[in-house]
Design a protein around this ligand. Structure first.
Ligand code: NAD
Length: 417
């Protein structure tokens, strides 16, 4: 069976939810198309003096509810289609957690591990120059995603500010604290995944302190989720990265794994105190919760048939294919959708942007309190829709809320010109 790519996946998810929500045909048609996708070629002078040209994109999917918002990813598998799907998911995510934003995403096709720091800086600055015509603090505000971090955001902020002639911290979120970042942003997505996992356990009657959890991906999102769930008493039995997975059925010493990775060029490979297994093995472990936190399309129909977790909490964007989601639904394995589970990042990005706009900064406790309140409210709204409207799965329930809010914004704003 051939499975579809991320954009077809997203469109199929929208169509499925449409059956349960009353949206005008013309508005639904508008919601299926990105407003614009800018494609740029980025010439970069490499360390050896040669010039290499990289392809990159910025997609602005839907801006009916506010300025576009979404991360930037550096990865070899970036494509125009992938960026559009990710921008769509950002649109539904910001609507679901009720932020006054639309959805966007950007990406550069590159292998960052093969580039030096200075080449990555040149590439980031050239990309910022390429997309500065369509981004802005009131129009489109980028943020970190796969292989980008606060350092990358500082370069974007600096490049944009140099062109403007004054500092514009609110052009990006996820910045270092020293240039207008907010307390709690680096951890926000993993903290949000942890909050949603705990809410899910409570709903399913699982005690977090007795729970076995497997997490795919040990980058920003996966490692913070692993640490926070470990702190709450969960048994994190396996974590993985692109080099493979480490597994200990009695629970990994997560701080020790993190320290090892930090001193091993960011890689899990060679961790001495656990069994080494494959990413495929990790995805099919018999655990209370499986948390994919790496890339999209890893839970295929084949994996879904063999999956033994009691629940999937999607920390990555789009980790479950549309067809695999149908298999899991038939097998009664609930899937907590990405647009809720990983929304912590964009919520705290919003709080950072608000603080920048006010030239004021909040304490960590205030940021975390706001994050938790918004996420738990969205979780409750999703459950109310799921139970109240006899909807087949949690993702469809979440989409009905997101689509309805975005469609209502279009309804009020109208079609112009
Ligand atoms: P990251 O670059 O910090 O980490 C990615 C991790 O995935 C790394 O451990 C990497 O080794 C691993 N990985 C990459 N390819 C893999 C593969 N083929 N198999 C197994 N592991 C693989 O990225 P991140 O910021 O942690 O993002 C992870 C996911 O979470 C992405 O889907 C991203 O879109 C999503 N997300 C991130 C944020 C954020 O704030 N960073 C917010 C919302 C959603």
């Amino acid at each position: 069976m051939t499975e579809t790519g991320p954009l077809d996946n997203m469109l199929a998810q929208m169509e499925q939810a449409r059956e349960y929500v009353d949206i005008d045909d013309g508005i639904f048609e508008r919601l299926k198309y990105p407003e614009r996708t800018l494609s740029v070629s980025l010439p970069v002078r490499m360390d050896d003096g040669s010039v290499e040209v990289f392809d990159a994109y910025r997609c602005q999917f839907d801006g009916a509810r506010g300025p576009f918002k979404g991360g930037i990813r550096f990865h070899p598998t970036v494509s125009e289609e992938e960026v559009q799907a990710l921008a769509g998911w950002m649109t539904w995510k910001t609507a679901l957690v009720d932020l006054p934003f639309g959805g966007a995403k950007g990406g550069i096709i590159c292998q960052p591990k093969e580039l030096s720091q200075s080449e990555i800086e040149q590439l980031t600055r050239r990309y910022t120059e390429g997309i500065r015509r369509i981004i802005g603090p009131d129009t489109d505000i980028p943020a970190p995603d796969v292989n980008t971090n606060p350092r990358t955001m500082a370069w974007i902020m600096d490049t944009y500010s140099v062109y403007q002639g004054y500092a514009v911290p609110e052009i990006v979120t996820g910045k270092p604290l020293e240039v207008g970042g907010t307390a709690g942003r680096v951890e926000a997505t993993g903290r949000g995944v942890t909050i949603i996992t705990e809410e899910t356990f409570e709903y399913l009657g699982t005690d977090v302190a007795q729970a076995d959890v497997a997490i795919q991906g040990f980058g920003n999102v996966g490692s913070v989720t692993a640490r926070l769930l470990h702190e709450r008493g969960a048994n994190v039995v396996a974590v993985s990265d692109v080099t493979g997975a480490v597994y200990d059925p009695s629970g990994l010493d997560v701080p020790d794994v993190s320290a090892y990775v930090e001193n091993n060029d960011g890689r899990l490979e060679g961790y001495p105190d656990a069994e080494f297994i494959t990413n495929d093995d990790l995805l099919t472990l018999d655990v209370d919760a499986l948390i994919p936190a790496a890339i999209e399309d890893v839970i295929t129909v084949d994996v879904a048939d063999r999956l033994e977790a009691d629940v999937v909490v999607e920390a990555a964007n789009g980790p479950t294919t549309f067809d695999a989601a149908a298999v899991l639904r038939d097998r009664d394995v609930p899937v907590v959708p990405d647009i809720l589970a990983n929304a912590g990042g964009v919520i705290v990005s919003y709080l950072e942007w608000v603080q920048n706009s006010q030239q004021y900064s909040w304490e960590l406790e205030e940021v975390n309190r706001d994050l938790e309140a918004r996420l738990t409210e969205a979780f409750d709204e999703m459950l109310a829709a799921y139970e109240g409207k006899d909807i087949p799965d949690l993702r469809t329930a979440a989409y009905t809320i997101a689509l309805e809010r975005t469609a209502d914004a279009h309804e009020y704003r109208g079609l112009f010109p």
